[in-house]
Design a binder for this molecule. Structure first.
Ligand SMILES: CC(C)(COP(=O)(O)OP(=O)(O)OC[C@H]1O[C@@H](n2cnc3c(N)ncnc32)[C@H](O)[C@@H]1OP(=O)(O)O)[C@@H](O)C(=O)NCCC(=O)NCCS
Length: 89
């Protein structure tokens, strides 16, 4: 998100839409799928994004060592996952 467009709720909207799409796919494929997992990577020092993802229930499950290059050296990425279940699950 460009800095001038941040803090207007667009990040939240993107996540909500992604989760909705996963829910729709689950409904369409209910004969085959019980759940969908959404994975993402985020730099371990990206407090803002981690806070946002955590608020939607994403959980840290792993890390990728030295995944991002920064001018101050490499930093790890957290791998986060959200499991979207059908209404019964
Ligand atoms: C992370 C990012 C996508 C969030 O997008 P956004 O449109 O600004 O986020 P929103 O306005 O929807 O805010 C959603 C929540 O994020 C958190 N948040 C956003 N900016 C924050 C900040 N500067 N400090 C603390 N929390 C913040 C808050 O929990 C906020 O909810 P609230 O407003 O109800 O408190 C945006 O900051 C961004 O593009 N950052 C740089 C690139 C990046 O980090 N991308 C993600 C890579 S994994």
């Amino acid at each position: 998100m460009l800095p001038e467009h941040r803090r207007f709720g667009l990040g939240k909207l993107l996540i909500i839409e992604t989760i909705k799409q996963a829910g729709l796919l689950l409904k369409q494929e209910s004969d085959y799928l019980e759940s969908i997992k959404i994975f993402l990577e985020v730099a371990e020092n990206n407090v803002t994004a981690i806070h946002l993802y955590s608020a939607f229930g994403f959980e840290k499950i792993s890390r990728r060592s030295q995944y991002y290059r920064t001018p101050n050296g490499n930093i790890d990425a957290h791998i986060m996952v959200l499991k979207v279940c059908d209404e019964q699950g």
